[in-house]
Ligand binder design. Sequence first.
Ligand code: SIN
Length: 353
Amino acid sequence: MKKAVIYLFLSMLTLQIQAQSNANSKALPRVIILATGGTIAGAGESSTRAAYTAGKVPIDDLLNAVPQIHELASIKGEQIAKIGSQDMSIEVWLKLSKRINEIFKNNEADGIVVTHGTDTQEETAYFLDLTVQSDKPVVIVGAMRPSTAMSQDGNRNLLDAVTIAADPKSQGKGVVSAMNELIFDARDVTKTNTTGLSTFQSRNFGPIGLLYDGKVNYYYQSTRNPKEKFDVTKLTSLPRVDIVYGYADASPTTINAVVNDGAKGIVYAGMGNGNYNEAVGKALAEASKKGVTVCRAARAGSGRVTLENEVDDKALGFVVSDDLNPQKARVLLMLALTRTSDRDKIQQMFFEY
Ligand code: SIN
């Protein structure tokens, strides 16, 4: 009899513990980590030398290296690509965006983290910002030092990214980048230094938040989240847009070459407020007349390119990038051209998105 009571008591206790642990694990937000490669997945031969190969370490090893993420969220990993982000392509962008939209549509996750090389991270971040049809958090993260380096930054950055993705405060913030304990808006963030850890900056407006002691703190929010995101569901490519760099005594050769090669748009990374010399101006005007959408951006690294100030944009049929840097202006122009070739409508997108 005594044995039976003890047995009953132990069974009830086990059931209670099980129920509690189920409740705990149910309570954890679900975060899916989509890996694309980059230095965060890089491996070198020595912990003290700079040489390494990007994108070598598989997703499972990345996740195992930061066991703390499992205390924050119920984690799943998927390998989308295994490349250095210099090799990032429109094909991978479309694959990534479609998968993220599918995950949210099927309610497979509460937040997503994308691990990515830092070289083109800002472009992917903005592409996703313009194409992900959900308010749920999407956080893009990378590292400046490979996973095998002494004081590598990837583990901390990954932990921070999961912290952000799992935090309900991150809802409705658009795609954000988590680097070096700071949170950046996808539209504004840019890589500013070739090798330094604090390379990610938002030169015009600063970070929107930061992490301290494992907590997410937001301070600002961009007003430039497009109301109607671009639908890429049926797309397998994007209209071609090339960037042409401005400099003293530049020749029109590159502009003519990209036009002859079939570009549908040109982002001109002009001097100062998006300026160009006479020869380049003539080539851009001819390109515009031929139906190529010309967007004046700036090589300066911060500030706006202003419409109709130093250039008669309306008469020439040019648009301006506002405060988007040339590589982000290219992303928006490619997507804008999937909708329209009307210059006024495209200009409006540059002022609103
Ligand atoms: C890359 O962008 O894949 C290489 C550089 C980096 O991730 O820091």
